[in-house]
Design a protein around this ligand. Structure first.
Ligand code: AMP
Length: 218
């Protein structure tokens, strides 16, 4: 299975990506996670990406494409993969298509997560995560058992720099301008399926499993 998760930030892609990766035993490639890892390790790529990420802007295409192609080339991705947060521009989508075609492969599904703006802002503002094991919580919907502490490893939870109120609006604007056109891009290729991202994590999961069970549309 080769799948892309598309949709605005905060819509639940990462949460559902972990579930799908486990259920279908395919690697999850989240460009946001890979970039945050590079920033934390202070690699040269991380140093280049950091400013863009903190401002809520996209990291340049060439940097992200290189990162993804390196991962897709590894043996663990040969049987399938789930891309979370990539592609985010038409250039990235074109490059992905060229890369897969050169290997005689194609995407099976592009799942577009839809959600109202007010719910997106609510989800992003309340999101907290563990810097160590990366577990993700929400202050109201999925609170940790002890306030501010990770259930799994006891570390203090943090708010992502780019989840602060001043950055949320610019990330949503960047999404509208640069990533939203990809819904039409993939719809025109008869590969887009739409998922209602509202409601409980388990309800979204059930809808997602039903969608992924459908044969490839195009
Ligand atoms: P995410 O965790 O998917 O919300 O990504 C966090 C940030 O990483 C984004 O706001 C961008 O700055 C950067 N980023 C992640 N994926 C991409 C991508 N495909 N292209 C460019 N920048 C990206």
């Amino acid at each position: 299975m080769r799948v892309v998760f598309l949709g605005p930030p905060g819509v639940g892609k990462g949460t559902q990506a972990d579930f799908v990766a486990q259920k279908y035993e395919i690697p999850k490639l989240s460009t946001g996670d890979l970039l945050r890892e590079s920033v934390a390790k202070e690699t040269s790529l991380g140093k280049e990406a950091k400013g863009f990420m903190n401002r809520g802007e996209l990291v340049p295409d060439a940097v992200v494409i290189g990162l993804v192609e390196e991962k897709l080339g590894s043996p663990e991705c040969h049987k399938g993969f789930l891309l979370d947060g990539f592609p985010r521009t038409v250039t990235q989508a074109d490059q992905l298509s060229t890369y897969l075609t050169s290997r005689g492969e194609a995407l099976d599904h592009v799942v577009y997560f839809s959600l109202s703006k007010s719910e997106i802002v609510r989800r992003i503002s309340g999101r907290r995560s563990c810097p160590d094991c990366k577990a993700v919580y929400h202050l109201e919907s999925v609170p940790p058992k002890s306030e501010g502490m990770c259930d799994a490893c006891g570390k203090s939870l943090v708010q992502r720099n780019d989840d602060k109120p001043e950055t949320i609006e610019s990330r949503l604007a960047v999404y509208q301008e640069q990533t939203a056109p990809l819904t039409e891009y993939y719809r025109a290729r008869s590969i887009l399926v739409e998922l209602d991202g509202a409601g409980l994590v388990s309800a979204v999961q059930d809808r997602l499993v039903a969608l992924l069970a459908q044969p490839r549309v195009g």
